[in-house]
Design a protein around this ligand. Structure first.
Ligand code: SF4
Ligand code: SF4
Length: 266
């Protein structure tokens, strides 16, 4: 049994979350957005069939990409308020991934017990949702099934989106293969991070539901958010690369948005 206690959000609301393609269109004012690839090993034949539809096979493993929102080097998500509540929770914009954790939609529902066991040993060892029997908290997982309707919908919604965004991820991955970092990534188990390439940004934004008139708006918000990360205590070259891609597409001479326009934690 797993019940999300919601009073320990600082455990799961660390510096970054993951977004689906549609959420790129709705959340670009809140997070700097990059792409991250990870390696997954199939746990059975149906998992392999699923990975075949969302990821690239590389020997025994699959490489799958997600949109990363935020900076995972930070300890807290920029949307986590001082009251330890998500600023997006009541806006209807809370990312699907944040409604799923500590489950992982890349694995089948009937394998989530293994995911939970691993989470409990690692990043979620302080998660109170593994305690049983608190009446006021809703049950999320029981006897191998995600019992909470909202979590279940989010879980399957995320899986569906992985298929939809695959062609963009494949194109970005193909560009990354020429980088020395790609070989290091293949040899290890970390994350390969990359900016969204300028060459595909317009098409990607249109697919994410951002009207063409708002594309410049996206560029300016994202450039400002990347600058914010570069000026933080946990900068990363990926934001510098992302800024470079954004600048290629921005109208020269137009000022970036002022900091007061950037939506951060409240
Ligand atoms: S968006 Fe909200 S729920 Fe998701 S990590 Fe940030 S604070 Fe937590
Ligand atoms: S119970 Fe676990 S998943 Fe829920 S808020 Fe706490 S750490 Fe996050």
């Amino acid at each position: 049994m797993f019940q999300c206690a919601v009073t320990c959000a600082e455990v799961c609301c660390t510096g970054a979350t993951m977004l689906t393609l549609d959420e790129v269109g709705t959340l670009y004012r809140h997070f700097p957005i990059t792409v991250g690839f990870r390696q997954y090993s199939p746990v059975d034949s149906s998992h392999r069939d699923f990975l075949d539809t969302v990821a690239e096979r590389a020997g025994d493993v699959y490489i799958m990409g997600d949109f990363i929102a935020g900076n995972w080097r930070r300890k807290r998500c920029a949307m986590l308020s001082s009251a330890r509540l998500c600023s997006l929770h009541d806006t209807g914009l809370k990312p699907i991934q944040c409604r799923i954790v500590p489950f992982c939609a890349v694995y089948p529902e009937n394998r989530q017990h293994a995911v939970l066991a691993e989470q409990q040993m690692g990043a979620f060892r302080k998660c109170r949702g593994f305690q049983q029997g608190t009446r006021e908290n809703r049950e999320v997982w029981s006897n191998g099934i995600i019992t909470d309707t909202e979590t279940r919908q989010a879980f399957y919604g995320y899986r569906e989106n992985l298929g939809r965004q695959r062609r963009f991820m494949q194109a970005i991955l193909d560009e990354c293969k020429a980088l020395p970092a790609f070989q290091r990534f293949l040899a290890g188990k970390g994350i390969l991070e990359a900016p969204i390439p300028a060459s595909m940004l317009s098409e990607l934004l249109s697919e994410a539901g951002v009207p063409e008139d708002d594309h410049q708006h996206y560029l300016r918000f994202q450039a400002e958010l990347c600058l914010r990360e570069l000026g933080s205590r946990t900068p990363s070259l990926v934001f510098q690369d992302a800024l470079q891609q954004l600048k290629q597409l921005m109208n020269t001479g137009e000022p970036l948005l002022g900091k007061e326009n950037i939506i951060t934690k409240q």
